[in-house]
Design a protein around this ligand. Structure first.
Ligand code: ADP
Length: 226
């Protein structure tokens, strides 16, 4: 279980997160939704220990950062490292063997090529494979579906279901509501630096309707489409 209390984060005078309180349980998948710039990535980085913040993050996993597999929106790779070397490097960091990399290559990536030459989607798939081979307890996936082809999207959804069955904590963000509907047990809506709404599966439809009404409003009518 992970308990977040009174988490706040500011960049200079710009307050991005204010008094966030959240709880994440094992065997559950959580979605975080919010507009661009609402603070999803900042929240993930605070959780993963990649940003300083105020407040408390309590967890049975200590230190929590050694149990988190964090998939960033745009994974970065050093220029002269192959896909296979990257997977091995991340496994070494967790002292896990990772096994036979070619057999674990579920996304059929060209593992002998330099990772920096991969497409956006391939980079994301490599980074995801690496954190899965690490066998983490907590997975934070920042827009895992973004830039990834439809076949891989299907694999990612199944991976998330498997992680839930393995009793892991999974937290993800997505800009596509249907992907959250397919994977999440609970969705939190981040707005103006705070969690404005939290809904469980039976209320996903009402959250989607609320977000649609708020986001779309009369914008389309303004276009006066003919
Ligand atoms: P989201 O992931 O929801 O799109 P972010 O967490 O990336 O939002 O950003 C939230 C806000 O924090 C934005 O206004 C962004 O410009 C600002 N921000 C993020 N990182 C930094 C940083 N390193 N320095 C200053 N401002 C930042």
């Amino acid at each position: 279980m992970i308990q977040i209390d009174s988490l706040s984060k500011a960049y200079g005078s710009h307050i991005v997160l204010r008094d966030i309180r959240l709880q994440f349980e094992k065997g559950m998948v959580y979605g975080i939704v919010g507009e661009n710039g609402s603070g999803k990535t900042t929240l993930f980085k605070c959780l993963a220990g990649l940003e300083t913040c105020h407040g408390h993050i309590k967890s049975e996993f200590n230190p929590i950062k050694n149990h988190i597999g964090f998939l960033p929106t745009d994974p970065y790779f050093f220029s002269k490292i192959t896909g296979k070397e990257y997977l091995q490097l991340l496994c070494n960091a967790r002292k896990t063997s990772g096994g036979h990399m070619d057999e674990k290559n579920v996304f059929d990536l060209p593992l002998d090529q330099y990772a920096s030459t991969y497409s956006t989607g391939m980079k994301k798939k490599l980074a995801l494979t690496a954190i899965l081979l690490q066998q983490n307890d907590i997975y934070i996936l920042d827009e895992p579906y973004n830039g990834v082809d439809i076949h891989s999207n299907m694999i990612i959804t199944e991976i998330i279901h498997s992680l839930r069955a393995l009793n892991k904590v999974v937290i993800l963000s997505s800009h596509i509501f249907s992907t959250l509907r397919d994977t999440c047990d609970q969705i939190h809506h981040l707005r103006d630096g705070q969690i404005s709404t939290s809904v469980t599966r039976e209320n996903f439809d009402s959250l989607e309707a609320e977000m649609k009404a708020y986001t779309i409003g009369n914008r389309i009518a303004k276009l006066d489409l003919k």
